[in-house]
Ligand binder design. Structure first.
Ligand code: FES
Length: 132
């Protein structure tokens, strides 16, 4: 891993991308969740329970290519585990979803710069046919 500091007060540039192409880059501290950081920046993201149980806040990791990332440090294949620390267990996500890059923004704190797809359509990608 690249040597990120363990200072919990350090922050990371998190770029949010909406389906309509709109993007906003916010600064999220390691001791707050992405949802809290967005709220601080007056950005309303979908959410419900705030405890990792409902899945309403689901985002999808697009990579660790934040604006301040050194060129050689970019990794489009970075996993959710590389980039986020969960403050509570993300119960709304199956293991398969986690490995596919889905992340619960109400309980995830960043450990690196990253880009995340947001908006309610991300959660709908997870909804499966319950009869299968
Ligand atoms: S708001 Fe319910 S899982 Fe995040």
């Amino acid at each position: 891993m690249s040597g990120h500091s363990n200072d919990r007060s350090s922050s990371h540039a998190v770029t949010l991308e909406w389906p309509d192409g709109r993007t906003r880059t916010i600064s999220a501290r390691e001791d707050e969740t992405v949802l809290e950081a967005a709220d601080r920046a007056d950005i309303a993201l979908p959410h419900g329970c705030l405890t990792g149980a409902c899945g309403t806040c689901t985002g999808r990791l697009l990579g660790n290519d934040g604006p301040s990332q050194a060129a050689g440090d970019k990794d489009p294949d970075a996993t959710v585990e590389d980039i986020f620390a969960y403050q509570r267990r993300p119960r709304a996500l199956k293991d398969r979803h986690r490995t596919e890059g889905y992340v619960l923004l109400c309980v995830a704190s960043p450990r690196a710069d990253c880009r995340i797809a947001v908006g309610s359509s991300v959660q709908s990608e997870l909804v499966e046919n319950p009869w299968k």
